[in-house]
Design a protein around this ligand. Structure first.
Ligand SMILES: Cc1cc2nc3c(=O)[nH]c(=O)nc-3n(C[C@H](O)[C@H](O)[C@H](O)COP(=O)(O)OP(=O)(O)OC[C@H]3O[C@@H](n4cnc5c(N)ncnc54)[C@H](O)[C@@H]3O)c2cc1C
Length: 422
């Protein structure tokens, strides 16, 4: 293979490039990135950057080796011609490839009403330019920030604004923050801690419209309230950056680009496309350990794992193919809590508290599906998670034989029921 082109110059793209060189690839390496910035780390954007600890100029990802690559930054890919083996760029250029790695990640889902989304004071948070704009508005000492969406990003934004001393309201469509990933039992416990810190958390509540002429002045909520707010952060999830693949023949839509466990991209018939790989947030695949539909994982660790697998397979596929099988894992820092998860809690039908208590201090909860342990979440107890990861790997019986709770009764409950009340 003479030339490998990587589209998407962020975590997954950079790690693929480094891994290709580590695997002995000596041909031409081209990295194409829509943003003008060199690869940087995103997790701090909603945490230390927003809280004012570090600036976005301090986020560059450390380089592990000399890449000797051609960088095309500020250059968006707009099309892919698999027959000609070319990537088309917005400025009209075409870049030919022998091997291609697609690492275009995801973007923040925008507010659905364009006139309201364009109001000054309405933000999303995905990249460093978003963070710079939001930080500048937060420095103006707003009366209140409204965060729309109580998932991980929304909760972290709320926590950072709270650290800055700004009053915060969070609206969440579901019954508890982060319930989509962790279920409503654990979500309700974390939500109670957010409220105890002074957050105005409104669950089962949506925003019906954003108010203002040129600048945002308020928001109407489904509970009938009208809030006076200067800043809204829309944190309602993400969409995969797949638009540029339309018409290419690859199996791609807003939920991901299909690939197999070897990170090889699939076409619309489900066949492997030789020499084309998908890695990181953009990739949708079926994890071999779980009986679950294909999904994309927006986890830092998964981007690194898939990058290493794709780089290995681009250089050694015929002799020693590799597959991504690492257990999914992610973390979040918010409201003084380090939340770490392993496995796929979102697959569970039951959850049980195994260590600590939900009300205060550290705790651990395990998740089960049809009698097997499929995941665990630890709040302020990151080190114990290795043991739970082993239980998930072994498909150990659920509930696990760990009972170190501070509560008198810790029996499994349905994962979607909060404290016995729907
Ligand atoms: C605010 C925030 C907080 C996070 N916190 C955590 C956390 O605490 N823990 C955790 O595990 N994960 C966290 N994540 C997720 C983690 O950052 C991602 O999983 C990781 O960045 C994925 O890397 P990636 O390279 O696949 O995609 P991305 O980082 O999204 O990079 C994709 C790159 O491709 C570029 N691109 C897109 N389209 C094109 C195109 N057409 N042409 C050229 N380039 C293009 C984009 O501009 C971008 O630079 C967080 C993410 C965000 C946004």
């Amino acid at each position: 293979m003479n030339r490998i082109v990587i589209v998407g110059a962020s975590l997954a793209g950079l790690r693929t490039a480094e891994s290709l060189r580590a695997n002995g690839f000596t041909g031409e390496l081209v990295l194409i990135g829509e943003e003008p910035h060199e690869p940087y780390d995103r997790p701090p954007l909603s945490k230390t950057v927003l809280s004012g600890w570090i600036g976005t100029d301090r986020l560059l990802l450390p380089r592990t080796r000399e890449l000797n690559a051609r960088w095309l930054l500020g250059a968006a890919a707009t099309g892919l011609d698999l027959a000609a083996r070319e990537v088309r760029l917005a400025d009209g250029r075409a870049v030919r490839f022998d091997g291609l790695v697609i690492a275009t990640g995801a973007g923040a889902r925008p507010w659905p009403v364009p006139r309201e989304a364009a109001l000054r004071g309405v933000h999303v948070l995905r990249g460093r330019d978003d963070a710079d704009r939001l930080c500048a508005d937060l420095a103006e000492k707003p009366r209140r920030v409204l965060v729309i969406g109580g998932g991980f990003t929304g909760s972290e934004v709320a926590s950072s604004c709270h650290d800055l001393g700004i009053p915060v309201t969070v609206t969440h469509r579901g019954v508890a923050p982060m319930a989509g990933a962790l279920g409503s039992v654990v979500g309700t416990a974390i939500g109670a801690r957010q409220r105890a810190r002074g957050i105005d958390l409104r669950v089962s509540t949506t925003v019906t419209s954003l108010v203002g002429e040129e600048r945002l002045t308020g928001a109407r909520l489904s509970d009938g309230d009208v809030l006076d707010v200067d800043i809204v952060v829309v944190a309602t999830g993400s969409v995969r950056n797949n638009g540029w693949l339309a018409g290419s023949g690859l199996a791609a839509d807003g939920r991901g680009l299909d690939c197999d466990t070897a990170s090889r991209a699939l076409d619309v018939t489900g066949a492997v496309v030789p020499g084309v790989y998908a890695v990181g947030d953009v990739a949708r695949w079926r994890h071999p350990h779980f009986d679950a539909p294909p999904q994309s994982l927006e986890h830092w660790g998964n981007a690194v794992d898939q990058a290493e697998v794709a780089a290995h397979n681009l250089t050694h596929a015929s002799t020693d193919p590799r597959h991504t099988s690492a257990l999914p894992a992610f973390w979040s820092d918010q409201f003084g809590m380090n939340i770490k998860s392993v496995g796929l809690p979102q697959l569970a039908d039951e959850v049980v508290l195994t260590q600590g208590c939900f009300e205060r201090g550290p705790f651990v909860a395990a998740y089960g599906r049809r009698g097997s342990t499929v995941g665990a979440v630890a709040v302020n107890s990151p080190r114990v998670l290795d043991g739970y990861a082993a239980l998930v790997t072994q498909r150990a019986a659920f509930p696990p034989a760990i009972n170190a709770t501070d509560s008198p009764v810790a029996r499994p409950v349905p994962v979607t029921v909060s404290g016995g009340k729907p």
